[in-house]
Design a protein around this ligand. Structure first.
Ligand code: ASP
Length: 337
């Protein structure tokens, strides 16, 4: 590995109406610490000469295991009071991909998505079949109660009472949910390894009070996740149905490859398309030169990045919108205030 080859990891922990003045210092710190932990885990892989794929998995597993995020432990409940999880992963060099959806017993859905990619002839497995496959591959299977958290349960009861379907970080437009600070989000990561290869992954519990069987963008290759060394690696968070309808992740990468549009502008174009049909959210994008963008049209998105120097940088609000960095630009501060 060439010492000067760029490595880069960019992550998100969900976008939505994160209200700045209701986010306590403690909660903000907890999120920043969690994001940093995820960044450091992925960076350790990249710095040791590991693959972008393994870095994406390492960083997402950290967030799946923390109840702060709506993925793995901490996933939201569907209408019938179950946690139905989904995830997807894609490799930019080969455009191989894997995904799982409608799963209730796999501790780390991102590992299952990776197993589908590497150990099966398929791209997507759902429900019982995905769970049987994951068990056969030796992945950790848990009782569905593993995913139960009181906070999520309370969130579901409120959503049912209001007949609303809530994205994780959203507050109901009517009466806000009691503690917006405790909203938690879908997670995603994009990585560039020292061999110049990209990877992307996304994992979620979906939307609170979603119909059973509902699948969002997070497990759909081209909607929530896409990676292609010829363009970019992309992971999305937001109103899943609109991200599916706009093929958001592929859409963004395709603008870069076919129209040579800069990555940040491509992400904004996609978000504008999504807004035009009533959706919102965010996108993280990374190319093989190490250029990256973290864009969102919601009030906030938990996000962060780390590169060769190993300094973890995290952000939540829109002040970071301007911080689109290319590989030659100054590195952002290690911790944003
Ligand atoms: N995109 C996810 C979904 O629709 C939700 C989110 O990103 O918060 O399932």
């Amino acid at each position: 590995m060439a010492d000067n080859s760029p490595i880069r990891l960019v992550i998100h922990g969900g976008a939505g109406t994160i209200v700045r003045n209701k986010l306590t210092a403690e909660r903000e710190q907890a999120y920043r610490q969690a994001l940093t932990q995820s960044l450091i885990a992925g960076h350790a892989v990249l710095a040791a000469g590991g693959s972008s794929m393994d870095a994406v998995i390492a960083s997402i597993v950290v967030m799946e295991d923390l109840p702060l995020f709506n993925a793995g432990k901490g996933a939201v409940f569907n209408h019938t009071g179950h946690n139905e999880l989904e995830a997807s992963i894609m490799e930019g060099a080969t455009r191989m991909a894997g995904a799982v959806a409608g799963i209730t017993t796999i501790r780390n859905p991102i590992r299952a998505a990776h197993a589908v990619m590497t150990k099966s002839a398929h791209v997507m497995l759902i429900g019982q079949g995905a769970e049987t496959f994951a068990a056969e591959q030796g992945l950790e299977i848990v009782d569905p109660s593993y995913f139960y958290t009181q906070h999520r349960w309370d969130q579901l009861q409120k959503a049912i009472a209001r007949e609303s379907i809530l994205r994780d970080h959203d507050t109901d437009p009517g009466t806000p949910l009691p503690d917006v600070n405790e909203k938690r989000g879908t997670v995603g990561a994009v990585a560039l390894d020292c061999y110049g290869n990209l990877a992307a992954g996304t994992s979620t519990g979906g939307l609170t009070n979603k119909r059973y069987g509902r699948v969002g963008d997070s497990s759909i290759i081209g909607a929530g996740t896409y990676a292609d060394n010829r363009s970019a690696a992309v992971s999305a968070t937001g109103t899943g149905e609109m991200f599916i309808r706009t093929a958001a992740a592929f859409n963004t990468a395709a603008q870069v490859r076919l129209q040579h549009i800069p990555i940040a502008e491509a992400a904004d174009n996609t978000l504008t398309e999504i807004a035009a049909i009533g959706g919102d959210g965010g996108l993280i994008v990374l190319d093989t030169s190490g250029n990256y963008a973290m864009r969102f049209n919601t009030s906030g998105m938990y996000h962060g990045t780390i590169g060769n120097d190993g300094i973890a940088w995290t952000g939540i609000f829109s002040e970071t919108l301007a911080q689109i960095t290319d590989s030659s630009a100054a590195f952002p501060p290690s911790q944003q205030t």
